[in-house]
Write a protein that binds this ligand. Structure first.
Ligand code: COA
Length: 257
C-alpha cells in the first residue's frame, strides 16, 4: 500500500547506488512503481541483472550499470550511462555502503580506510559527478543513506559511524551550497532493516546471536526517500530523518557483549 499517487515520479529518472539488494532494491522498486525510470548501480553484474529483471517484470523501466563508487572515473562512466540512456537525472540516492562489525581493536588501518572510502568518499564521488554532469545546470534532489549511530558512539562500528557522520556533514554542506541552484540534499538514517545482510551481521555482533532487534522493512526507508525526492518536500533540504522507531535514540542502552 502506498500513500503516494502512482504517477508521482512520472518523467523522472532516479539513480540508486547499491540498488541491487536490500534497502537500495526497495528504494529502486518503490520509485519504479511510482513511474520513475530507474538505474541501479553495484559492483556485481549478476546482482544487477537479477534485480533489473525483477523490476522489469513489474513493467518498471530499469537498467543496471556496474560501478565501483570508490573510483571517480567509474562513477563518471555511470553518470554518462544514465544520461546517454535517459537524457536526464533527477534524483540521486546514495545508498551503496560497505560494512562489517569490528571493534577498534580488531580494525586495521586498511579496514577503517576501506569503509570510509566506500561510504563517505563514494557518496562524495557520485554526488560530485552527478552535480558536474547534470544537477548543476538542471537542479534535482539527492538523498543520502546514513545511520542513526553517526551522531553517537557505537561499539563495533567506529569505521562506519565515522563515515556516516561525514555523510551527514556532506549532506548539510551540499544543501547550503546548492540551495540557489535548486538542488535539495537530504539524508535518511535507517535503523535495522529486516532481511538485509547488514542487519544480520550487525545485530549478531551488537546484541548477540538470536537476539531480537526492532526491524523495519526496506519499504519503510523507501517511502521516506520517495517523500524527500518528491515536490511534497520542495522546501526541505539539509535535513536528516531517522527511520528507526526511536531505536537510535535509545542506543546508549543497547547491550554490548
Ligand atoms: N573485521 C575486521 N576487518 C575486516 C573485516 C572484519 N570482519 N572484513 C574486512 N576487514 C578488513 C580487511 O581485513 C582488510 O584490511 P587488511 O588489508 O588490513 O587486512 C580491509 O578490511 C579491506 O577488506 P577487503 O575484503 O579487502 O575489502 P573489499 O573492498 O573487498 O570489501 C567490504 C570491503 C566492506 C565491502 C567487505 O568487507 C564486505 O564484503 N562486507 C560485507 C558486505 C557489505 O558491506 N554489505 C553492506 C552492509 S551495510
Amino acid at each position: 500500500m502506498s500513500i503516494f499517487t502512482a504517477n508521482l515520479m512520472d518523467d523522472k529518472v532516479v539513480l540508486v547506488t547499491g540498488g541491487g539488494t536490500g534497502i537500495g532494491k526497495g528504494i529502486a522498486k518503490l520509485f519504479g512503481q511510482h513511474g520513475a525510470k530507474v538505474v541501479i548501480a553495484s559492483r556485481k553484474q549478476d546482482v544487477l541483472d537479477a534485480t533489473a529483471a525483477e523490476l522489469q517484470a513489474e513493467n518498471i523501466d530499469c537498467a543496471g550499470c556496474v560501478c565501483d563508487i570508490r573510483d571517480y572515473s567509474s562513477v563518471e562512466a555511470l553518470i554518462k550511462f544514465v544520461l546517454q540512456r535517459y537524457g536526464q537525472l533527477d534524483v540521486v540516492v546514495n545508498n551503496a555502503a560497505g560494512n562489517f562489525p569490528a571493534s577498534v581493536d580488531q580494525l586495521s588501518a586498511n579496514g577503517f580506510r576501506t569503509v570510509v572510502d566506500i561510504d563517505l568518499n563514494g557518496t562524495f564521488n557520485v554526488t560530485k559527478a552527478a552535480f558536474e554532469h547534470y544537477l548543476k545546470a538542471n537542479g534535482g534532489a539527492v538523498v543520502n543513506i546514513t545511520a542513526p549511530f553517526a551522531g553517537w558512539g557505537v561499539a563495533y562500528q567506529a569505521h562506519a559511524a565515522a563515515a556516516k557522520a561525514g555523510i551527514d556533514s556532506l549532506t548539510r554542506s551540499c544543501a547550503v551550497e546548492w540551495q540557489p541552484l535548486g538542488i535539495r540534499v537530504n539524508a535518511v538514517a535507517p535503523g535495522s532493516v529486516a532481511a538485509t545482510e547488514g542487519t544480520a551481521r550487525l545485530s549478531e555482533a551488537l546484541v548477540g546471536e538470536g537476539a531480537q532487534t526492532l526491524d523495519c522493512e526496506a519499504e519503510d526507508i523507501a517511502n521516506t526517500v520517495l517523500f524527500l525526492a518528491s515536490d511534497a518536500a520542495k522546501f526541505i533540504s539539509g535535513e536528516i530523518i531517522r527511520v528507526d522507531s526511536a531505536s537510535g535514540v535509545d542506543m546508549l542502552h543497547m547491550p554490548v557483549h
